[in-house]
Every structure is written in C-alpha cells, then in structure tokens.
Design a protein around this ligand. Sequence first.
Ligand code: ZN
Ligand code: ZN
Length: 412
Amino acid sequence: MTTPNLTQQLQTYAELAIKIGLNIQPDDLMTLSIDIEQAPFAHLLVAAAYRAGARNVIVQWQDPQLQRLALRYQSEDELSTVLPHQETLSEFIAVQRVKRLVVMSSDPDTFAGLPAAKIAAYQRRDSQGIQAVKSATQSNRLSWLIIGAASPAWAQKVFPEASPAEATAQLWQAIFKTMRLDTPDPVQAWEDHRARLSAKAKMLNDYQFDRLHYTAPGTDLTIGLPRDHRWEAAGANNEKGDFFIPNMPTEEVFTAPDAKRVDGTVSSTKPLSYAGTILSGLQFKFAKGKVVEAHAEQGQATLDHLLKTDSGARHLGEVALVPDQSPISQSGLTYFNTLFDENVSDHLALGAAYPFSVKDGTSMSKLALQKAGLNSSQIHVDFMVGSAAMAIDGITKDGQVVPLFRQGNWVE
Ligand code: ZN
Ligand code: ZN
C-alpha cells in the first residue's frame, strides 16, 4: 500500500498540518493524539514538528480495540471514574499551552452493539477528565488542529464495494483532495481559500443580523443571534497571537446562536457518527431555544442519552454556513466523520458554544457568557441540515431581510 507516491503525499500532508494548520514555532510543546495503526503517518508528523522547531512532541497513542474492551468489561461506575493521570496531563497541556494535534481515523462504528448507557458514561468521563484542556481548547487559549487519516475499517464504510486496501487508498486520495493537496501549490491554495472565507465572515459581522431564517423540506427554523456575535472562518489566533487553523479541511463560516431564541423545526440531511454509533434521519422541534421533540430514524437510544447529558445538551451552541458546492460536497461521499461531513453542508451543533463567538467572550465568566446567550454543555455534536434545497435569510434588527443562501449556495 505504501507506494513512493503515497509516501510523498503523506509527507506533504504532514508538513501542511504542522506548518499551516498547527503553525508549530521554535520551542513549542506539542501533543499528537493518533491511532496506533497510523504509526507511519505519526512518524512523519513528529518529524515535521521537530524540523519546525518543536521542543517536545508528546504522542498519545489511541487504540479503538482497547476502548471496545473497556466498554465491554468495565462497569458503568468504573467507566465514569476519572483517573488521576488523565487530569494531571490535561492540566499540564492547558497550563503550558501545549499545541494539540488530533488525527481521526477510527471506524465510525467502533462502539456499535455496545450498550448506549455505557458509551454515554465513557463519553462523560472522557470529557470531565480533560475539562482543563477542553476549556483551553474551546477558548483558543492554546492552538489545536484536527485532521483525518484513512484506516481500512473507516475506508470500508465510505467505499463499501472496494477491498480494504483499495478502499484505504481511495480514502487517502479523497482526504488529500479535501486538503487541496492536488493543487500545484497547496500552501497558496490554502491562503486563497482562507481569504475567501474571511470575506464572508466580515460581511456577516458587518450586518450583525438579529436572526437567521432557514427554509427547506422538513425545515422551517428561526435562529436568534447574540448581540455582538462574531462570525469566524478558517483560523484563529491563540492567546499568544500565533495563527492556527483548528480544522482541516474547513469550509465553514460559523458563530454561536442565542441559545434561548431558536424556534421551529429542522431535519438533518446527512448521517453523523457520535460515540461510535451512526445517527440518521434526525428531526428536532425547538421552542424558546430548547429541543422539545427529537426523533431519529437510526440511533434513537443514543440520541436520547445524548440529550440527557446535561441541561445544555438540548440547546444549540453553533450555527455554521457551508455552501452545497464545497469540494467535499462535490466528492459526493459521506465520510461518517464530522470533520469532513460538517464541511459538506450547513450545520448546527447541540451543546457548547465557543466563547470567542461573542466579542470579548474569551475573557468573560461562564455566567456572563450564558447571559450573552451562549450555551454551555459537556457535549458539542454537529448535525448537518444543508442541501441543494436550502434557503437562508439574514434578518436585521429593523426587519431588513437579506438573502444569504439560495439552492444551498451563497448568494453572491
Ligand atoms: Zn462547525
Ligand atoms: Zn461544531
């Protein structure tokens, strides 16, 4: 499988992630979270990081098989117990502003067939155990980046007809396309792409819409936006002022909704993978910001657990605009991985909002953020609502209606 060509492409991919995405600088500390079966790619990433001047790269090997065993044999109590070393490392990463690279490659069905209550306990423990690093990440105090890597188990979900080796090769090529590695100058391509997305964010920030109105088959939804909300796209600065791109690929322009001003109905348009389970055919009814009805064609038990996580789990924390014509969407693939699928279409997220989605939000207290309309929760789960049939209007405080999306794409 490792042809010279693939090795070369992986090398370019690693350089792009380290230099453009995470933007490693001399003397930086870095963590790399990656599945053990991606060891060859991990070596390229670590080498690229040291070449860029990293002082120390701490590798956190992941093993989906071990996770499955834990879920099978450990009690719900044990699964929800936070271990001291998890908290210690989390504190260290948060305090030292360690730059974080997460490589996602696991089978979207990793946890299929395991009890939903155990998966929920495990997810809860996981997010409590890394509370410090999570809050440093969500407020961009440290730089972070999530990218994808092809594994046979994941690739076979995306390309069910192909052999494991063929599917993996095809998924790598699909990932490279979304990363613009097929262009003559990927770095320049990313600069141009960033500039385009930033222009959209600026336009939306200048309007400061009071609310957005979504209409599509199965969707008629009004989403209030907080006062002084900030639309973001394709990158941010950490506390020190280092630029980074938190997700690669990325096609979205996003902000936080006012968690108390969401009304109407919305239907999901793509399946999503949550906690190793596939959820599809989601329908939500919102009243005063809260999910009052929730149905899933597939994954109802997992969805019910998800919504019970905490009081914020029934409210929205993100609203993101993505044109139906994005390169990821045009590939026509469903990746069963939110990193890719969220860039296929407009999406919303249940759960936590990012503090930087309102002006001065990163220096505001939790209570002040809540007052500003930003949701807080242990979870942040994106679901796709866009399609070629989607229309979105921005409505200003004085009632001016501005068409933003028609037939799924930006109104130019
Ligand atoms: Zn998003
Ligand atoms: Zn999101």
